[in-house]
Design a protein around this ligand. Structure first.
Ligand code: CA
Length: 232
């Protein structure tokens, strides 16, 4: 967990309060610090005195076109910019090289979509000194998709392999006997044999090794079963 003062700070420049509030709420939920600004005027001064990690910039501002403001910002800053636009025809200019935008979102958009874009842009740009660790955890389980990510790479697992690996991940360091694994994973344990567990573990190890040949997170306990190493 990072300190709160190392959480990325995002400047939202948007004149419609309802949209600004929605974005603020969505991004604060993700742990970002938010600075709200409703017009283009004052943004340059704000950037001069505050550390901002990313700007969400509305193109249709009351006092200046967001594209012009971005050009101005680019003269002195490399802060990533995500544009908000209500008009699809503006996109050609947004993605044009001379503006230097990092991404854009077309209104109406879902807060979740914007959050995803913000995180993706920050992942690309905050590689050092930003505080948040860009290295993914060794294992990530996505229960809904029934997917497990290993060093950030999704594993292509069979149903049993998924269940076995998920069981291991939830019980690091504990030795699980073949019987125990069968009970936890198989619907009809009596229908399976010890050899089947071994075969699935072997396949699983092969798939893990393909992604990281140096790590071997599953330990064999001869004649007993298997355990999962907390740090492979
Ligand atoms: Ca606007």
């Amino acid at each position: 967990m990072s300190e709160s003062n190392t959480h990325p700070k995002i400047l939202i420049v948007e004149d419609e309060p309802a949209i600004a509030d929605t974005i603020q709420y969505a991004l604060e939920t993700e742990g970002f610090q938010i600075v709200l600004h409703s017009i283009g005027g004052g943004v340059m001064e704000l950037l001069a005195r505050e550390r901002i990690d990313l700007i969400v910039l509305d193109i249709g501002l009351p006092d200046i076109n967001g594209l012009e403001l971005c050009k101005e910002i680019r003269k002195t800053h490399t802060i990533p910019v995500i544009f908000l636009t209500a008009r699809a025809e503006e996109i050609d200019r947004v993605v044009g090289l001379e503006i230097g935008a990092d991404d854009y979102v077309i209104k109406p958009f879902s807060p979740r979509e914007l959050s995803a874009r913000v995180k993706a842009v920050l992942r690309r740009t905050l590689t050092d000194g930003g505080g948040d660790d860009p290295v993914p955890p060794v294992f990530q389980v996505n229960e809904n998709q029934r997917k497990i990510y290993y060093f950030g790479t999704p594993l292509d697992l069979s149903r049993y392999e998924f269940d076995i690996l998920k069981t291991f991940i939830s019980r690091p360091g504990r030795v699980l006997t073949r019987d125990r694994l069968m009970d936890m994973v198989w619907k009809e344990p009596e229908a399976s044999m010890d050899r089947t567990v071994d075969a699935h573990i072997k396949n699983l190890r092969g798939k893990l090794k393909k992604i990281n040949p140096d790590a071997d997170p599953i330990a064999t306990h001869r004649g007993v079963g298997y355990s999962f190493k907390e740090t492979p």
